[in-house]
Design a protein around this ligand. Structure first.
Ligand code: ZN
Ligand code: ZN
Length: 85
């Protein structure tokens, strides 16, 4: 079976259970109050990249990430070739 990884870094991820608020992406106190706007808040329902801390909705499979990297490599090369002309 393929591994699921974060789309940004291709790294491990975790859910946002003790994570940041959906309103401000700030820390939430134990009482459920957002530290940023002092409103009652809930953790954003999202997945968090363990590497960069980026929030994302869906993990991708490792081969998808590899394809994505390959595509952006090809695009970069095409851009570079275009710039030379
Ligand atoms: Zn990341
Ligand atoms: Zn807030």
């Amino acid at each position: 079976m393929a591994d699921l990884i974060s789309p940004c870094c291709g790294d491990e991820y975790t859910d946002n259970e003790n994570g940041v608020s959906y309103c401000c992406e700030a820390i939430i106190s134990e009482e459920g109050i957002c530290y940023e706007c002092k409103e009652h808040s809930e953790p954003e329902i999202a997945l968090v990249c363990m590497k960069c801390g980026e929030l994302f909705d869906e993990a991708i499979e490792d081969y998808e990430y590899a394809e994505q990297q390959h595509d952006s490599y090809l695009e970069d090369r095409m851009d570079a070739e275009r710039d030379e002309k």
